[in-house]
Design a protein around this ligand. Structure first.
Ligand code: ADP
Ligand code: MG
Length: 630
């Protein structure tokens, strides 16, 4: 019922409230009544206290929008008209008081978010040409070297050039155990350098940092209103009509103006209108603190309704940091040569398997060869030319599709590994498979717990992977998944999601980035895991800043709590208004009582929403593993 006043406006509201309260006190002290023109004082105080309400009522009339301020203003004017100055004063007092309290709670909600994202340091120490200088962070250029002392917040995204320290990344990840950072490690703006001096090469400043992006997403989250918020606003508007209708009917049937005014005052109390945005604001703040970044109320509401959770395998259910466990050569080439070719093709790829190959290549000190004409086939592999030959690297279906031949050795190899849980990738040169690489990846420590909890929430849990069936089955058994789908291309993942949604399921798709982007966008809610990659931030409605599956459970829990509170407020409002109207009609209510019911029910619903600021229930379980680098 109230527009959101800025903090400075609270002062005038407080003064108004004091004037009204003083007038009320005076009226209670009978002694004064003899000396003072009390009616005049009450009238003046009502006008002063009710001014913001009258103003908004006029605004509503001008815009031809029926608002609560209009019905309440009419009620106050009518009460004054029948000479009940004291009652009018009390109604004004209640309305003003409720409004102030509501504004304070909402601005507290904003503060929680602001505090959470405290601004980055504005002054930084920079080394240019061997000299250290203080300068404003906005004057930095990319590649500037920033020096960060212990205890200071890191001002930029960048890479550590020199130094060793532990860094508290809680501002981004919501988990405050320190992460060791040394040369070559990425660091993020907004995190806190704890123990050592770090020299950081700047990669992004201000709004371009991960931190900056999170701030802007949360800043906009409020605008992305949840559908339930529109329903709440609609309810509020219809309640005003209900109040008018009820008042008119009451007067027509009972000819009692006091009952009619009471009806007008009591009905149309709408805690849900104010309580809903507050509940969502509180919950967005709470999840953000946990490293769960929600792009808006709409995703939040959908999260609460999820009944099917679809998980990608590599990087989502597993750590996504596989290691090369075996290299096989089929036609006499040295294993190093196979690895060298594979690494050369993968040198600019960001796939977890590529990282494993490049790590192995580095460990063995192999040189990378130049490539050309590179083509990336998501969910399958890569094709390019090296030294004049066409080189392919990818899964067996890619080899099949390109009708690449393998010797009997290849078929034997595949047969041997039928039941292995390791991922195999083949390397082909000029239409012939020359080698294979095997990788072992590890299931996340918290995966079992997270899946168990998701099932307790009544969700069906499904695995969707581009990897082969043997691995999918093994993981499905280990984690007791409800369904598995393997050897899926990104397009097929997308179709699977669509299929589930056509069955009426509310699907949360959890993936770790680029090749899952289409599926993330198609799902009811796309949840991007960790890494804070730009693509993930853009294509998913929800981003987890840590690679911790328990955060999904946490997100569902908080969103469900939020929706429960909103639904309670919704039906509570309907019941209070209906009962209030009946009482008014039967003549049991005075305008004073009506105002009391109106205001106290609104406050109750607002406070019910404000409960969400507190973290209730058990603290979220930690994953038990160290933070994954982001
Ligand atoms: P997941 O669904 O498990 O996350 P992806 O869809 O990323 O897996 O990839 C599926 C399969 O495609 C991998 O198991 C691998 O065999 C092959 N593949 C994808 N990208 C690459 C790559 N860059 N190099 C080699 N193989 C790849
Ligand atoms: Mg993946």
């Amino acid at each position: 019922m109230v527009n959101m006043a800025k903090l400075s406006e609270h002062k005038t509201d407080l003064i108004r409230l004091a004037v009204v309260a003083l007038a009320l006190c005076l009226s209670w002290l009978k002694a004064w009544k003899a000396f003072l023109p009390f009616d005049a004082i009450a009238l003046a105080a009502t006008l002063i206290g009710g001014y913001p309400m009258f103003e908004e009522a006029l605004e509503g009339i001008k815009k031809r929008r029926m608002t609560m301020e209009i019905s309440m203003s009419i009620a106050v004017v009518a009460t004054l008209a029948i000479g009940q100055f004291f009652t009018a004063l009390i109604i004004a007092f209640f309305v003003l008081f409720a409004e102030l309290l509501e504004d304070l709670t909402v601005s507290r909600g904003r503060d929680v978010i602001k505090k959470l994202l405290e601004l980055l340091p504005s002054q930084v120490t920079v080394r240019r040409n061997g000299q250290e200088n203080e300068m404003n962070v906005n004057d930095l250029t990319l590649r500037d070297i920033v020096i960060v002392k212990p205890g200071a917040r890191i001002p930029v995204d960048g890479v550590v050039l020199k130094g060793h320290s532990s860094v508290d990344q809680a501002s981004i990840t919501g988990e405050s155990f320190p992460v060791e950072k040394t040369e070559g490690h990425k660091v993020l703006a907004g995190t806190i350098n704890q123990t050592g001096v770090l020299e950081i090469q700047t990669a992004a400043i201000g709004q371009d940092t991960t931190f900056g992006k999170i701030i802007s997403i949360i800043g906009q989250a409020e605008k992305n209103r949840a559908p339930i918020q529109k329903v709440a606003d609609k309810l509020a508007a219809s309640l005003v009509y209900f109040a008018f209708g009820g008042a008119i009917v009451t007067y027509a049937l009972t000819h009692n103006i006091v009952s009619a005014i009471s009806a007008l005052v009591v009905a149309g109390a709408c805690g849900v209108a104010a309580g809903t945005p507050l509940a969502i604001l509180a919950s967005i703040g709470r999840t953000a603190k946990e490293g769960i970044i929600t792009k808006g109320g709409i995703h939040f509401e959908q999260l609460a309704k999820i009944d099917t959770v679809v998980l990608d395998k590599t990087g989502t259910l597993t750590f996504g940091t596989p290691e090369v466990t075996d290299i096989e050569s089929f036609n006499g080439l040295k294993k190093e040569d196979i690895l060298q070719l594979a690494a050369s093709v993968e040198q600019h790829s960001e796939h977890p398997l590529a990282e494993a190959i490049l790590k192995k290549q580095k460990d063995l000190g192999l040189r990378l060869l130049p490539y050309s004409n590179l083509e990336y086939l998501p969910g399958q592999g890569l094709v390019c030319r090296v030294n004049g030959s066409e080189i392919l690297i990818g899964n067996i279906s890619l080899m099949d599709k390109r009708s690449i031949k393998g010797q009997t050795k290849v078929i034997e190899y595949i047969d041997q590994r039928k039941n292995s849980t390791e991922t195999t990738v083949f390397v082909a040169k000029d239409q012939e498979i020359i080698g294979a690489l095997s990788f072992a990846d590890v299931i996340r420590v918290e995966a079992r717990q997270a899946i168990e909890d998701l099932k307790k929430f009544g969700c069906q849990v499904i695995l969707l992977t581009g990897d082969n069936w043997a691995i999918a089955k093994k993981i499905g058994e280990t984690l007791q998944l409800d369904k598995i789908f393997a050897e899926m291309l990104p397009q097929q993942k997308l179709e699977k999601i669509r299929e589930l949604m056509q069955e009426g399921k509310k699907v949360a798709m959890i993936g770790d980035g680029i090749n899952d982007a289409p599926a993330l966008m198609a799902a009811t809610v796309g949840i991007a895991m960790g890494s804070g990659t730009d693509v993930a931030l853009e294509s998913a409605g929800v981003t987890l800043t840590t690679n911790n599956l328990m955060k999904i459970v946490e997100a569902l829990k908080i969103s469900r709590q939020c929706l429960r509170v909103i639904m309670f407020n919704f039906w509570g409002t309907v019941v209070v208004d209906a009962v209030g109207m009946t009482l008014a009609f039967l003549g049991y209510l005075t305008p004073l009582f009506a105002a009391l019911i109106h205001v106290s029910s609104e406050l109750a619903f607002i406070l019910n929403s404000a409960r969400l600021f507190r973290k209730n229930g058990a603290p979220p379980r930690q994953s038990g593993v160290g933070l994954h680098e982001i």
